[in-house]
Every structure is written in structure tokens, then in C-alpha cells.
Design a protein around this ligand. Sequence first.
Ligand code: NAI
Ligand code: OAA
Length: 341
Amino acid sequence: MKAVVLGAAGGIGQPLSLLLKTNPHITDLGLFDIVNTPGVAADLSHIATPAVVVGRLPPDDGLKAVLTGADIVVIPAGVPRKPGVNRDDLFKINGGIVKDLATGIASFAPKAFVLVISNPVNSTVPIVAEVFKKHGVYDPKRIFGVTTLDVVRASTFVAELIGTPGAAPDVVVPVVGGHSGVTIVPLLSQSTHALPADLSADAFAALVKRIQFGGDEVVKAKDGAGSATLSMAYAGAEFAGKVIRALKGETGIVAPSFVALAADAAGGKALAAEIGADLEFFSANVELGKEGVVKIHALGKLTGAEAELVKAAVPELATNIKTGVTYVLDKYEAEEKNPKL
Ligand SMILES: NC(=O)C1=CN([C@@H]2O[C@H](COP(=O)(O)OP(=O)(O)OC[C@H]3O[C@@H](n4cnc5c(N)ncnc54)[C@H](O)[C@@H]3O)[C@@H](O)[C@H]2O)C=CC1
Ligand SMILES: O=C([O-])CC(=O)C(=O)O
């Protein structure tokens, strides 16, 4: 089982690589970044766990060497937010980074499962899909936007609110839609742990807002030094761990992820009917298997307030998805007109 981290020397990349190094299923861990990967790899390689760690840089075919033989590729490469910056503002830089890395994966590890962390996820996942289509290797079952941090936050905040923070690991709240602001839709009525019956409407609205804008809390607290890294590394390792277990043949694993509805034609169609829109991507609970997405789960019964949140998410998601798709198609068109680009 070869896992690869692209952007491995960064704020997320380093702790994520550490957590993957402790995953007993991983036998090879490839680390790629434009800086510092030899050092990070040397450091991690002293940990007495099975994974053999290799760190490479761009010169000398580093990307090709790291990606060759990969089963799963996680991408946390790209710039993070600072106060006053929204996730869409990152697109200008991160769009190009993700397009280039996706081109490498399509060329050197076209069958790998790709887990996209780089923001804005609602647009970077469509970028990977378009690059794969162009290279003739697109399989919607294998491309995932990592939205696990929203679910992790929902568990923590609900456990805090019900006064039992220790229960956080057992609290499960489906979070659907996408990964930014109003596109993050917590389905609190489906929480495994009921909210206090006397919770005021204001407190409920504040909880929803905290889950939707949890990233801002960290950006503000870090005060210019970046966004969530440690909680994201935890969430990324958790999701990657589930994908790896599914790859190894375990069945019945369900995790939320931002995926193409085409990954499960029937489930995707049913979901599109539920949300009342023909979006190409949406985050929902997804059953994982050896080939990737096995089934996209329905949202299920929503309260009136949740239906309103879904309704508010749809136009923004449509715009974000279009941004990613158009960016890649425009680049390819320009390259065709001027092959020197
Ligand atoms: N999906 C999610 O829930 C979350 C996503 N993020 C996103 O993750 C991304 C990374 O965040 P941080 O790790 O905090 O940033 P960071 O700046 O600490 O690390 C990013 C790393 O990417 C590397 N990099 C840049 N261009 C590259 C390229 N072409 N190839 C390989 N590596 C390259 C940089 O050298 C750096 O080491 C950001 O876009 C951030 O918004 C952050 C938190 C949560
Ligand atoms: O807020 C950010 O920019 C980073 C992120 O995606 C999150 O923490 O959910």
C-alpha cells in the first residue's frame, strides 16, 4: 500500500505525513513538495513503523518518482488563508498548483485514489476531474474532496453543547454540500446525539454557523500565520485511513466526501432529485469499496431549516464547480491555440 502526500512539507503536510507513517497498512510513503521533503522524510523514516519513507523535490523527476506505484494520493499543496481572505481568493494560486499536480497523477498514477485537501475544495476537485478527463483516465469513483474536518468539527461542537465533550468521538453528524461557508450543511436532526430539547433558536443558529465557519475561528486565532493544519491533518488521516481500509477489501465503510454524482449513477440521480439541482459534485455520505465510491447515500429526511440550508448552498456550489471546470478548459484551449504555453 503506497500512500503519497503532495505538499508534504507544509503545515498540514507534515503532521498528515506523520499520521500516515503510523498507519500500519501503509508500506510505502512518498512525500513531495517544492521544499524540504528530504528533511521531513529523513525525520519520519526513524519512526519504527512499517512504511518506508521517501521524500523528493521537483528537479530530477521527483514527482514521477514519488507517484509511481501510488495507491492513494493526498493533496494538501497550496496557499492557506489569512484574515480577510476567503477560500475562493485562494483559487488564483491553488488552481494552478492543483492542475499541475493532477497532471502528474494522471500521467504517473492514473489508477490512484485522489484525496483533495487544497482549497477551495469545491473548485479544486472539479479541476482534478477535468485534467483526468483530458488525459482519458477519469474515473469519478476515485476522486474525493476531503470534507472530513467539517464532520470532525460538528462532532466536537455538538459534544461540547450537550455538556459531554468526552463523547465527541461517538457523536456523528452528517455534513453535506461542499467545503466553504454556506455550502457546508450540517444535518443536525440526524445527529447520533440529540441536541438539548430546550436549545433556543438563536443557540441552534449559532451552532450551525460555527460548523459552517469553523475555519474562520482558526484563521482568526492564528492571526496571519495560516489556517487549520493540525485538526486538518487529523481529519485527512482519518479519511485516508477509511479509504485504505476499503481498498484492502473491508466493506460497509461510509464517510462523507465531495464527489462527482456520476460516481454512482443511481445514487447520484436520487441525490440530485433531493437537492433539486443537477450539480456535477456534492458532498454526501459515500460508501467506499475496493474501486472507490460504491454508493452515494441519500440525504434522507430533512427539517424545513435544513432544506433551506441546502437550497442556499446550491447556487454557490454551482458557481464554485463552474470556476474549476472553466479554469481548466480555458487553459487547455489556450494551450491548443499556442502549444508553446
Ligand atoms: N479541505 C480542508 O478541510 C482544508 C483545506 N486546507 C487547505 O490546505 C492547503 C494547505 O494548507 P497549509 O498546509 O496550511 O499550507 P502551507 O503553506 O503550510 O503548506 C502548503 C505546502 O504546499 C507546498 N506547495 C506549494 N506549491 C506546491 C507544488 N506545486 N507542489 C507541491 N507542493 C507545493 C508548499 O511548499 C507548502 O509546503 C490550503 O489550500 C488550505 O486552504 C486547510 C485546512 C482545511
Ligand atoms: O478555513 C480555511 O481556510 C481552512 C479550511 O478549509 C478549514 O479550516 O476548514
